[in-house]
Design a binder for this molecule. Structure first.
Ligand code: HEC
Length: 142
């Protein structure tokens, strides 16, 4: 698999880390703002992902790989819950395992899109979508 998305992700993670030093927001509030932004990106990406083909499919899968690489690091402070349920911090292993499932499915979708395996891509995007629902059902406030 191509290493490119990983490098890109590291750059983004580094820039987020610098952003976390913002004097305006406390680190916890910053975490909530950053994860909200990435979750919105997930929502917009999922909307078109199942019908995407070719380079659009590659880009959609890459976006999920990047988002799900960074997201687990943005749920570290149980004192700034935002719309996250305390269960995400209390039942941490199950919460992080769902992020892991999402990343694994996103990487498989990317590998499939890279070789124009549309069936494999769609199956793995659908697996990514299942992790959204599973996690929100347990760990996100309505
Ligand atoms: C492992 C858990 C987990 C997974 C996987 C996950 N989410 Fe979330 N999501 C959350 C939590 C927790 C919140 C609430 C974050 C907060 O505000 O504290 C959230 C918030 C959101 C929001 C609301 C953002 C806003 O505007 O406030 C959207 C949209 C969203 N997720 C979309 C998605 C989509 C689409 C996927 C899958 C592609 C996904 N999420 C996967 C846990 C998850």
């Amino acid at each position: 698999m191509s290493r490119k998305p990983k490098i890109w992700t590291l750059v983004l993670a580094a820039s987020l880390a610098i952003g976390a030093g913002s004097p305006v927001l406390s680190q916890g509030e910053d975490e909530v703002a950053q994860r909200t932004e990435l979750m919105r990106s997930n929502g917009m990406t999922l909307r078109g992902a199942a019908d995407a083909t070719g380079q659009d499919a590659v880009v959609a899968a890459q976006t999920f790989v990047e988002n799900f690489t960074i997201l687990p690091n943005l749920f570290e402070n149980p004192e700034t819950l935002g719309e996250t349920l305390p269960a995400a911090f209390e039942n941490r292993e199950a919460f992080l395992a769902l992020f892991d499932d999402a990343l694994v499915a996103a990487e498989a979708a990317l590998a499939a899109a890279d070789v124009a395996d549309q069936e494999g891509y769609v199956a793995n995007i659908s697996a990514v979508g299942a992790t959204c629902r599973a996690c929100h059902g347990q760990f996100r406030a309505d």
